[in-house]
Write a protein that binds this ligand. Sequence first.
Ligand code: DDH
Length: 291
Amino acid sequence: GVSENKVPDKPKVIDYQKIYNQIADILEDNDYDDGSYGPILVRLAWHASGTYDKNTNTGGSDGSTMRFSPESDHGANAGLKTARDKLEVIKLANPGITYADLWSLGGVTAIQEMGGPIIPWIPGRKDAEDGSKCTVDGLLPDASKTSNHLREIFGRMGFNDREIVALAGAHALGRCHPDRSGYSGPWTTSPTLFTNDFYIELLKKKWQEKKWKGPKQYVDKETGELMMLPSDLALIQDKKLKPYVEEYAKDEELFFKDFSAAFHKLQELGLTRTGEETVYRFKRTSDEEVK
Ligand code: DDH
């Protein structure tokens, strides 16, 4: 019979808000880049999940397969070792969280802490044991291409036109690094703040081809300091995508709402859920009352 004295294993309760706060705490370390690891953490969460293929149900943020070669060496992931290494101290302090959950939570934390919307988040991703489930190269969008390519790539993940444009607003953050992607420069004047500025700049500035030896990209005619990728300009060259750019440029609240839903969906790609999971909505550290 069942022993009545048997004490069941204590369920491991992970305090995700505590881990959120710890990640928030390291974002501005070392005077990195424009002063924050936030943008590169967002990019890690996106590249870990944007490999999803709805037709084969492969890829996605489960497995954290980017820890292994060949996925770690894919051209699109150049530079993301910086983000993975930065999160290692959080993993050491919280061995109970998987890398896959940690990378995803890192993106959510960075977005919220840089002033973006609350992103509902669900844990439960597992870590693959080795590189056998690594995704193939070429699943992430190619910056030299335009709207047909975007629809193909994002359609494979299960996103529609509106979601393509909403997700692209993440380019309010961060910059291109010549030694990583070959491209150069930031999209906005506040690359560590999550805003709808990407759409505003895209519509407002005059974009001209940059004269240089590097890959084809655009610079703003007025200051020469901001940039757009060919895949960014595609959003206003395509007459079905442009109306969404216009909507989000006018209405930051709408952008925040749509971005939150789309980024949540991105982080859920490839995961099997029962619907019973706890959905976390983390408090920003700036929202905490002074104790
Ligand atoms: Fe992106 N992105 N991205 N991007 N991305 C780059 C940087 C950042 C494309 C290409 C590039 C999304 C969509 C696209 C972020 C988030 C998101 C760089 C520069 C290239 C190139 C990398 C470097 O040199 O360091 C293309 C193409 C697309 C597309 O066609 C749609 C999406 C959907 C997101 C998202 O997060 C939802 C962020 C953040 C950065 C800044 C990283 C940094 O280090 O700074």
